[in-house]
Write a protein that binds this ligand. Structure first.
Ligand SMILES: C[S@@+](CC[C@H](N)C(=O)[O-])C[C@H]1O[C@@H](n2cnc3c(N)ncnc32)[C@H](O)[C@@H]1O
Length: 156
């Protein structure tokens, strides 16, 4: 069994080893395209799945990585929307809430959820308010935020 779930892996850009065998790479789509600089973008998940209804049993992973789309406004055919996906203007809050809850469900007690957000269009504080658990700590680099959450329950 793999120990890490990347719940919306896109083209695995932030992975040093994009074929790390300890991880299951999931995304809602398979897609090959080109970035604005001409580089190939290859979205080729191990599992096609929806983070709002993750196709794994409870407590399956020691770590879950959650880097959902962060754009509300981007042309459907723009390379940004194609590369990162887009939030649904009507449902994005519920989608992210459900995604977070699903990521927590498949985490084992004591496991960690790593959440990434780019606040180009939506502030990270607005998103963090949707989640039922406070992060342990986080890191901010310009507009990009990393937050670390822990699922309670392993012996405390
Ligand atoms: C910000 S990108 C992820 C980038 C990725 N972390 C990387 O390093 O390349 C967000 C991804 O979420 C995927 N996505 C959007 N809605 C989804 C859903 N409901 N379930 C799973 N993946 C979804 C998009 O297809 C897109 O590839």
């Amino acid at each position: 069994m793999s120990s890490i779930l990347d719940a919306c892996c896109g083209s695995r850009m932030f992975w040093f080893n994009k074929k790390d065998s300890r991880a299951v790479f999931m995304d809602i789509r398979r897609w090959i395209g080109k970035a604005c600089d001409g580089r190939n973008i290859n979205v080729d998940p191990d599992v096609i799945g929806d983070f709002r209804n993750i196709p794994f049993a409870d407590e399956s992973f020691r770590m879950v990585v959650f880097d959902p789309p962060h754009l509300l406004r981007a042309g459907e055919s723009s390379w940004l929307a194609q590369k990162y996906g887009k939030l649904n203007k009507e449902t994005w809050r519920d989608d992210l809430k459900q995604g977070f809850n699903e990521c927590f469900r498949v985490l084992e007690p004591g496991g960690f959820l790593i959440f990434k957000w780019n606040e180009d269009q939506v502030k990270v504080t607005e998103v963090a308010r949707l989640f039922p658990v406070q992060p342990l700590f986080g890191q901010r680099g310009g507009k990009t935020h990393w937050l670390v959450f822990m699922k309670e329950g392993a012996g405390e």
